[in-house]
Structure formats: C-alpha cells, structure tokens
Design a protein around this ligand. Structure first.
Ligand SMILES: [Zn+2]
Length: 424
C-alpha cells in the first residue's frame, strides 16, 4: 500500500490518482504532486462519450488549493482520445479542470470566492497571482454564474430603479448603469448599461411576467424615461418619488445657491465658509454636523441672511418628508412652496419648477413609504467597491461586480457545482 494514498484521500483525488512522487520546495513554499492516472479511459469533450482509445497523453500542471502554508501543484497526464461518435481525436473532459486552464476548477472557485470579498489586487497579493489572472478568473466565473445560476425566488413586490455613474471619458458624455433593486431583500437584482427608457425596460423585462404584474411600488429617480418604462411594463405599479432622490436634487440646488452666494460675498470670512471645500456645512443635516461643523454653520448664518432662509426652506422639506399622513404632507408641501416663493432664491425656484410635473409621484411616497435608506446604502456600497478597484474599464464587468457585491450573483446565494463539466 502506498503510504501517500491517505493524502490523496484528504485531497479528494483518491478515486482517480496514485501518487508517484511529492517534491517539496522549502524556500518557495511549494509542493509538487506527481500523479498517475488510475483510469485508462476518459470522456470526449464534445459529446461526453467514454473512450479507452488513448491517442496521446500530455503532462499538465495545475495550481490547486494550498495546504499547510504550501502552494500546491498537481502534475498528471491529460488524454487525447479517439471518439467513435465524433469520429475524430478529442481532448478529454476531466472533472478537475476547465479546458485550457492552469488551475483546478476548485481553485478557480476559491479565487472567485475571494473576489466576492476584496479587490482583485488584494487577491493577487494573497495568492501570488497577477491582477490580470485574478480578473480573468473572476470575470469568467461571474459570466458562468449569470448563465447557469437560478434566479432568486420571492422577489418584490417593492422595487427601486436608479442610475449609477460608471465613468466619464475626457470630452465625452458621462456613462451610466441602471440598477433595479429589490427593496425587500435589499439587493440589486439586475442592471443594464445607460439610463434611458431602453435601459429601464431591459431591467424590468429581466423580471418574470408574474413579478412585473405583482409589482406593488417602484421608487424612481427623476427621469421621464424610467417612468415611461414602468408605465409600459408594470402597469399596476405605484410610481414613487422617494425622499432620497428628491433630497439629492434639492442638495444640488443648495450647492448652486452656495456658488451664487460665493460670487456675491465680499467679507473674507464669508468667502472662506462658502468655498467648495466647505460645502458640506450646508449639505449635511444640521443635527448630523460635528461640533466644529455646527460652529461654522452658526458663523455663516451670522454673516449671510440668505443662508438662514435657505436652511429654513430645507428644514421645511425635511418636515414634509417626516410627515406620516398624506393629508398633512400636502399641507407641509404648500408651506414649502410658499417659503420658496417668498425667499425668491434662483436655485430653489428652478427646483420647484422641476418638481412641478413630478408632484403626483411625490405624494405617492406617503401611500407607499419606500425606505430611502436602502437605496442610499446600496449606492454608497457600489461607489466604495468601485473606488477600491480604482474604477472599472470594462462596462460589463462593472455590471457583474455590482451584482456580485450588492446582489445575488455570489456564493452566498448559490454555490457553483463541485465538479466542472457543464462549463466550456
Ligand atoms: Zn465525441
């Protein structure tokens, strides 16, 4: 009995191999396993037909999962067989690896698993692989998941659709990705390039017909194209303009207001406080400001009366969203409207004009209180993932990464099969 055979048992290779030799490289921290195939037959790559007519054998070397702090390499023969069905010589299909790969299938799965948690560069450092190799494995396995993984069950009935910036090339229009979020699971279920009606439709059509019919509500960004797509594909869904998107737009106006005030300012302290690097003083919720932030805000209020008015308007908008009852909310909105008209601040006037056509959807918020926290948290997480990777050059890869990190396209929801075989 071969004393090494037990090692093969631990490695799950006992059925197919015998160990001829193990070489240990102490300095390199590497083990090489030289293996002998116990079976003199294999199955055709193309049709799966078994054949024992071996035409030739090629030595292959595969990186496998490491053990005892050692990198592990398996060295064994791969057969080329004569297939009677295909009437020709074919490379065999062997469960341990995918065609043309220098890694075992389980090692590829391990890399993909690591990529779910950290950046490709970090995985490369941990596993002594170059970034490009990690990228290739991650990309390919995500693609396999996308085509083989069953869709998640019991989605809905509340969703949200939102755009996320992908990148802006010099001198070109910025590019976006549209994400569809399931608000119950708090996950991105699918996404599509762009942010037009077609992008939105592509996302909605990913859902089954039943899921689209059962959609109760959907929170959208302020885009005509999104609303048109929802009306087209999910006729019963209540379209909601939620707090997060409206506040985002309002904060943009607040920032415009700050810039306008900066142009008018003459006092040097006031100029300092209104500069871009201090814009957070006006954009944060006052109660969330740090002690220093609060002091700076008070100082600015003392120097600029318009700031005082602007903050009052913002408070009123917050009060509107905090309202529980739809009737009361309408009253708060009228108050908000009046305040804006009285103050006559250019940036807020245009905010009000822009909001005018969305008002029915805005009041829907009080019928279906969609949690804006979810949308905000997901967008934040996507941005963090992108920043950690220093951006993504390939748009489709970026889409897959979103689904992997804040969606269902990962091992928590579905394990890739143990045995390679289904996959090219
Ligand atoms: Zn065949």
């Amino acid at each position: 009995m071969n004393p090494w055979q037990d090692i093969l048992k631990f490695a799950g290779l006992q059925a197919d191999f015998e160990i001829i030799d193990i070489k240990q490289f102490r300095k390199l921290k590497k083990l090489e396993f030289y293996l002998n195939r116990t079976d003199d037959s294999g199955s055709c790559y193309q049709c799966g037909q078994r054949s024992s007519c071996i035409h030739s054998k090629d030595k292959i070397r595969l990186k496998d999962l490491s053990c005892f702090e050692y990198e592990v390499e398996l060295i064994f023969d791969r057969y080329t067989l004569y297939c009677s069905k295909c009437r020709g010589y074919r490379v065999e299909n062997f469960w341990l690896l995918r065609k043309g790969k220098g890694f075992t299938w389980r090692y590829e799965k391990h890399i993909s698993r690591l990529c779910e948690e950290t950046t490709n560069a970090a995985v490369g450092r941990l596993e002594r692989l170059n970034d490009k190799t990690v990228y290739n494995i991650d990309f390919e396995l995500l693609n396999l998941r996308l085509t083989h993984q069953p869709p998640p069950e019991d989605l809905g009935p509340d969703y949200s659709m939102d755009e996320i910036h992908w990148r802006t090339k010099k001198g070109k229009h910025p590019k976006f990705i549209t994400n569809l979020v399931d608000l119950t699971h708090r996950k991105v279920v699918t996404n599509a390039p762009g942010r037009d009606q077609e992008s939105a439709r592509n996302c909605l059509l990913w859902l089954s017909k039943e899921q689209r019919e059962e959609m109760k509500s959907i929170a959208v960004d302020l885009h005509d194209s999104y609303i048109a797509a929802v009306k087209q594909e999910c006729k019963k869904a209540l379209i909601v303009l939620d707090r997060f998107h409206v506040m985002k737009l309002f904060n943009e106006s607040m920032n415009e207001f700050r810039k306008d005030q900066l142009k008018l300012a003459t006092d040097s302290d006031e100029i300092q406080l209104l500069k871009g690097r201090n814009k957070w003083i006006l954009l944060s919720r006052p109660e969330n400001l740090s002690k220093t932030g609060k002091i700076l805000l008070e100082e600015l209020k003392g120097l600029n009366e318009r700031v005082l008015e602007a903050l009052l308007i913002k408070e009123q908008l917050v009060a509107f969203f905090d309202e529980q009852d739809s009737k009361e909310a309408k009253k708060q909105w009228i108050k908000f409207h009046e305040l804006v008209v009285q103050a006559d601040i250019k940036a807020f006037n245009s905010f009000l004009i822009r909001m005018q056509k969305w008002i029915p959807y805005l009041f829907n918020y009080f019928q279906s209180r969609i949690s804006s926290g979810v949308i905000e948290a997901i967008n934040h997480k996507i941005k963090t993932v992108r920043a950690m990777a220093y951006g993504y050059r390939n748009e489709f890869y970026y889409q897959l990464k979103i689904l992997q990190r804040v969606g269902f396209l990962n091992s928590r929801f579905w394990d890739l099969p143990k045995i390679q075989g289904l996959y090219p």
